[in-house]
Ligand binder design. Structure first.
Ligand code: ADP
Ligand code: MG
Length: 563
């Protein structure tokens, strides 16, 4: 039975399977290998996932959600129509859609998967991803870090060994990793990133610039206008290298304006963002202690690395062009598929060993005598980018007279104040009474391959050890809650697969209708009306022909194929 590999992205997801001939990327019900990570419910309460849902983001914003990967591992819920969903449940719906596509493509049931996660995902987020798999009917034997997956895809594809720098810029995040692939061992030397830098920020900067020029604020646009403007800028961004002089008709507030989206204009907006992206690259190189000439391959991953400005910046930093001969949109899914394939059959590749690093610094809080109002200082115990598994001890002393207990708070983060880091849990141990500073405890943090942290606290004077496994998972479910989530999700059904192309086309037409005015709008309404009538006659050949014709018209109206 095939095990599939899945890249569950913030913006897009993809899946693949390893066969005799290498990796096959699995097309979804619309024939695309990328499925937008967007979920919605239609008026009949049926589930809509992927491109159809993405087309519905404007017209049905109350019943459609995107970018929920950002909420993984939290207990935040979002509304979809009248129901509330967690990010885990929404991810489960995307996974279910991918699973069904894989089953249709392979002609067999699929029950197991390897899913990729960002290297910086913490324990809670990893658990949430595994749970999403379970809720979709997939056993997730292993999670693979996205950069590791990309490196595996490249390493095996090019049969190359050495140091890889992986730059992954997706829709909302930028991740940098340095890995070494040598003698069948893949070792992660460093990972860094910016959780708030991605393709969307370039679009936001474009919108800000247009509004500033018009002397307007975002609050003067209707939500619909803002969505339309976002989509127009998104398209312009993707076309800018090939079409450096685009004339756009924009509607801002009560005005209709013509806007020249030029390459110079875009470059000016993009420069500060590109400069920001240099910081994590430099940090990762410093952490890994590698000069640029020791990097054997710079690999580009994620849709935003298609921007030629990004590529040339990287080219200037490293004095050579980065590798991008594998599709940056699907290379992570390819790597996940390879890992999945290795799991399911014994192959020569079986012995790739992975070692990983802990992506954040883990530490505890200590008294801040300099400025107590700011709260405790953070005392790092395991530094970021330490190779795991790892175990480190630090000693602390009592801070008050006659103290009877020492509390060890566990935090992760890079700030010197604990309040600015992420709280993971705590444990307390009793200590013999005595003067301040007399009693000491040794705090040992052990971090294993799966990203689970264990804390041991030993009272030095008595030698007594207290042990605690830190489990702090907001959004985690017990068996009963899991069963009820499963039941809730299983009530949601897709329309028959065959209808999906028609539904996607209608959703696209409705989106175009919304964003047009006057004659263009009437034309779209007429075309959609005609298409409805064709559908009613239920003649497959006629439907196919009408669909192809309509698609062509929409492509023209959109300026380009819109994924
Ligand atoms: P994620 O990993 O977040 O799911 P992806 O790797 O799929 O994201 O990348 C999505 C981002 O890539 C979007 O912000 C999109 O605008 C951007 N993108 C895709 N193609 C291009 C292109 N040709 N030029 C510039 N940006 C692009
Ligand atoms: Mg991605």
């Amino acid at each position: 039975m095939a095990v599939i590999g899945i890249d569950l992205g913030t913006t897009n997801s993809a899946c693949g399977v390893l066969g005799e001939e290498g990796v096959t990327l699995i097309p979804n019900r619309l024939g695309d290998v990328l499925t937008p990570s967007v979920v919605g419910l239609d008026s009949a309460g049926k589930l809509v996932v992927g491109r159809t849902a993405k087309e519905r983001l404007i017209n049905h914003s109350d019943r459609t959600v995107a970018a929920f990967k950002r909420l993984m591992g939290t207990d935040h819920k979002v509304a979809l129509g009248r129901q509330m969903f967690s990010a885990t449940e929404l991810s489960a719906l995307v996974l279910r859609s991918l699973k069904e596509d894989a089953e249709a493509h392979l002609g067999e049931t699929v029950t197991e998967a390897v899913i990729s996660v960002p290297a910086y995902f913490n324990d809670n987020q990893r658990h949430a991803t595994k749970l999403a798999g379970e809720l979709a009917g997939l056993k997730v034997e292993r999670l693979i870090n996205e950069p590791t997956a990309a490196a595996i895809a490249y390493g095996l594809h090019d049969k190359r060994e050495g140091n890889f720098l992986i730059l992954d810029m997706g829709g909302g995040t930028f991740d940098v990793s340095i890995l070494e692939f040598f003698d069948g061992i893949m070792e992660v030397h460093a990972s860094a990133g910016d959780n708030f830098l991605g393709g969307e920020d370039f679009v936001e900067a474009m919108i800000d610039s247009v509004l500033k020029e018009q002397g307007m604020g975002r609050d003067q646009l209707s939500p619909r206008q803002l969505q339309n403007l976002t989509m127009q800028m998104e398209t312009a961004k993707r076309r800018i290298s090939q079409h450096p002089e685009q004339r756009l008709q924009l509607e801002v507030g009560k005005q209709k304006i013509e806007w020249a989206a030029t390459a110079e204009w875009f470059e000016k907006l993009a420069t500060p963002l590109l400069l920001r992206s240099k910081r994590p690259i430099e940090r990762a190189m410093r952490d890994a202690d590698l000069p640029p000439q020791k990097i054997d391959e710079v690999v580009l991953v994620g849709g935003s690395t298609r921007m030629s400005l990004f590529r040339s910046m990287v080219g200037r930093m490293f004095g050579r062009l980065p590798s991008c001969h594998l599709d940056p949109d699907t290379v992570v899914a390819m790597g996940a598929a390879i890992q999945a394939g290795l799991k399911s059959r014994s192959a020569a590749l079986e012995d790739i060993v992975l070692t990983d690093v802990c992506p954040y610094t883990l530490g505890t809080g200590v008294i801040n005598e300099d400025s107590p109002e700011q709260g405790e200082y953070f005392m790092p115990i395991i530094e970021r980018n330490t190779v795991v598994p790892v175990s480190v001890v630090r000693r602390v002393w009592t801070a008050h007279e006659n103290q009877t207990e020492v509390r060890v708070d566990v935090y992760q983060g890079e700030n010197r104040l604990v309040k600015k880091n992420v709280y993971l849990g705590e444990t307390s141990v009793p200590v013999p009474k005595g003067p301040k500073g007399e009693e000491a405890v040794d705090i040992r943090y052990s971090y294993d391959m799966n990203g689970l942290l264990e804390v041991d606290v030993t009272v030095v004077s008595s030698g007594k050890t207290h042990n605690k496994l830190i489990e702090f998972s907001p959004g985690a479910l017990n068996e009963e809650e899991k069963a009820s989530a499963l039941q809730k999700l299983s009530k949601l059904k897709f329309h028959p697969r065959e209808d999906e192309e028609n539904r996607a086309l209608i959703a696209r037409g409705e989106r175009l209708y919304e964003s047009s005015l006057g004659e263009r709008r009437e034309t779209i309404a007429r075309l959609l009306g005609n298409f409805d009538r064709v559908l009613e006659r239920q003649n497959p050949a006629e439907i196919k022909k009408a669909r192809a014709r309509l698609q062509e018209v929409f492509d023209e109206l959109d300026g380009e194929d819109w994924i």
